[in-house]
Design a protein around this ligand. Sequence first.
Ligand SMILES: Nc1ncnc2c1ncn2[C@@H]1O[C@H](COP(=O)(O)OP(=O)(O)OP(=O)(O)O)[C@@H](O)[C@H]1O
Ligand SMILES: [Mg+2]
Length: 275
Amino acid sequence: MSKIKKALEKAKAQGAASDVLENRADQPVRKKEGPEITKPIYSRTKVIDVPAHVFMNNKIFSIEESHPVADQFKLLRTRIFRLTRKTGQNAIQISGFGPDEGKSTVALNLAVSIARDARQTTLLVDLDFRKPSIHKMLGLGNDTPGLKQYFENRLKLEDILICPGIEKLTVLPAGGVIPDSTEVMGSPRMEALVMELKLRYPDRYIIFDTPGLNVCPDPLVFSEYVDGVILVARSDHTSTKNIKAAVDLLPREKLLGTVLNDSRWEEPMAYSEFY
Ligand SMILES: Nc1ncnc2c1ncn2[C@@H]1O[C@H](COP(=O)(O)OP(=O)(O)OP(=O)(O)O)[C@@H](O)[C@H]1O
Ligand SMILES: [Mg+2]
């Protein structure tokens, strides 16, 4: 049994995490009262053809049709589809327990994998305003505009969306470090943005890359707005104590499942556990 499973079972026994997933399919789609939505125009999405070697150098193996890691992400996406499709849940947050666990690597691999499914379009949003990295993984510079400029009212949503050359995948970069990121994460404007992204294309999955739950309050604050959270742990890196602390923090109904990254002994890269 893996460390994650052990910690989750322990937390479950203590009432922290329970049989979340079995219950989820019966839950009605959450309709929240909230700020008014302004509909953006997506026709200006910038196309930046990211070369395959950039993806591969950053361990985004999902771009390959037949790669053992791509297979793991196909499995992960299938589990997510199964859990969320019936109820129209499409906003998935990727978080973890601490730093450097591979959250962003998993988020981008998953987004590519979902986009490569014949039926799905995907939007990947970089919501790590402390250490934005999705743009780097796409080979783009730190001057790449994104949500920071959107929240500063300097750019509109349609000006910051990027299509990285993978069909049906759109990326919303962070745009830089935001010092008061927790306030931005919990702001009515952020809530309105998430609702807008969710409702405009209900058949599209939105993957939000966020920091670890034990790193800063941002991911917990943001989890309020999403349908489910996937926690990433890294083999030989994430401690059981950290896993337990993070699981205790997260509202039990939000936990979709966990991914054990870098699990060399069992699977090549991202072994996922869903409950
Ligand atoms: N399975 C893996 N095998 C080898 N290297 C990996 C693996 N997963 C991630 N990495 C590498 O580990 C580093 C950290 O990964 P990543 O940026 O995805 O982690 P993170 O959890 O998002 O970090 P942060 O806490 O800074 O947001 C990167 O250099 C990435 O390429
Ligand atoms: Mg990251």
